[in-house]
Design a protein. Structure first.
Length: 215
């Protein structure tokens, strides 16, 4: 099957999840905001919600970029890959809930750990989807070298590991977990700058890595 419908549907789900993130940021309805001081205090109280919203927005953005690269490398899709992609989108669509929970309770260890668990589940599902496509002939484009597929799979495996670490540390100190969650999308955003290399550079690096791997 062609990949057009998978790409269109995935883009729509990710865009919808990003939109839902901001809907959880609400001014308190039981407080009279009649003075500048009351308004400023109410806005200041929303800072945790806004901070977690920004983190989740970056997380979704990195997943969209990574998914875009993955779709670009695909030649075609089959039914197991479609279901693998749906599992990935399930966790993306669920992200607004732990975002709202952590924004409302930033000092609560379980809320911070739960956010990390959802992030780890998202990363694991993406890794399994990429691994499946890499190991089944005909799904990936032939010009994507085996060494490059393995490199990208290793990079995607790092995400759930980091989220699991952040989740575990959140049970001890939620602030540490939140800082890790903020650092993860920044790291992967910088890692995707690798895509600025030219095809010739990638081919040369692929030859070197494959010779080392097979050597």
């Amino acid at each position: 099957m062609t990949k057009n419908r998978l790409e269109s549907f995935s883009d729509g789900v990710i865009a919808f999840a990003i939109t839902l993130l901001v809907l959880e940021i609400r001014m308190p309805g039981n407080v009279a905001l009649t003075t500048n001081g009351e308004m400023l205090r109410a806005l200041f109280a929303l800072m945790p919600n806004i901070a977690v919203y920004v983190i989740s927005f970056l997380v979704c953005s990195v997943w969209w970029v990574s998914h875009h690269g993955f779709i670009h490398d695909l030649q075609q899709v089959n039914r197991p890959l479609l279901w693998s992609n749906l599992l990935f989108l399930l966790w993306i669509a669920f992200l607004p809930f732990p975002t709202a929970l952590l924004g409302q309770h930033p000092d609560q260890p379980v809320a911070a750990a739960f956010y990390g668990i959802v992030g780890a589940a998202t990363g694991t599902s993406f890794f399994l989807m990429r691994l499946y496509a890499s190991r089944h002939p005909g799904l990936m484009k032939s010009e994507v070298y085996k060494s490059e597929r393995l490199r990208r799979a290793r990079l995607s495996l790092l995400s759930p590991v980091l989220y699991f670490c952040g989740s575990a540390l959140s049970l001890v100190r939620p602030t540490i977990g939140i800082l890790i969650y903020a650092a993860i999308p920044v790291y992967f955003a910088l890692a995707t700058l690798d895509g600025s290399r030219s095809p010739a550079q990638r081919r040369s690096l692929g030859d070197v890595e494959e010779s080392i791997t097979c050597g």
